[in-house]
Design a protein around this ligand. Sequence first.
Ligand code: MRU
Length: 364
Amino acid sequence: VSDAERPGGLPFPFPTVAWRDEAVVLLDQTRLPGALVWRTCGDVAQLCGAIRELAVRGAPAIGIAAAYGLALAWRRAAASGDGPAAALASLGAARAALAGTRPTAVNLFWALGRQARLAERAVAAGADAATVGAALLAQADAILADDLARGRALGEAGAALLPERCAVLTHCNAGGLATGGYGTALGVVYAAQASGREVRVFADETRPLLQGARLTAWELAARGIPVTLLCDGAAGGLLRAGRVDAVIVGADRIAANGDLANKVGTYPLALLAREHGVPFYVAAPASTFDPATPDGAAIVVEERNPDEVLCLGGTRLAPAGVTAWNPAFDVTPARLVTAFITEKGVLRPPYAASLAVLGPDAGA
Ligand code: MRU
């Protein structure tokens, strides 16, 4: 099957974030799988709202959207007549606003840092506002293109770990939707399919926001990959029955010692995989590794509105007066990770040494 067109008529890779007519355009993931709706963010406040609501989500996709967001902030300032100094102040305010949307995915801070450094250096070198605006847009385009290339490379590295016929269990959505269009955990699945392997996927539904049921199942089915949904709590029985060859998940932030944050429910999956002797792989580009965070205890885990747990589809399920704890992520210790699958190859323990290969590409 060529990369240009996959079964289901969905172009592959398909765009999740784009720049059109001086605005950031997002495939609105809150509407999937029911509707393919593009959401236009004409200013940074709208983009911040879209990130908070998970209209764009997944660590690499949030980073790409934020990179375009800073290009947007600068170009709007320049279009209203601001010179480099005033535009730099607008960029600083936009960076702070975007950084305040979601705390856990390091790709957000990585992309914001790259864009801010570019603008600061260009202004210090005497560039005019229009030149800086063009450079910021070009760097956002490059971050997007680079993410696609990283997804392909890590996909191929991961596919080589899988048997010719295999069943993969995944959690949340670490696919094209969560990235520039290729994917990390699902990038491995796509590369395995392209290499001729017979691969099928078990997808946790992923409470409370159902990224597995709504998004992972949608993009796999669109590409003709057999996918079976299960409730998050059913994973233990599936693993004990020997029906899974590998667990593959993405990550939102990987600390220097290999501890990682990913969608809540990942940690119990890693424990279950260890108990049942199934490899537990984490697929992530270098931009998700954060050498500045020493270990999992230092990772900030986003807590979201309890209503996401108390309600389903806008209908309250829990009795009145009951509250809920709603962490968006959990932290899995490095000792439970069989290997990290990256664009620079498969990295195995001890991670303090093996993660060093990521070099200056890693981190914010
Ligand atoms: O809250 P979300 O949907 O943004 O959480 C996404 C995840 O946990 C993904 O697994 C992670 O960002 C990796 S995406 C390649």
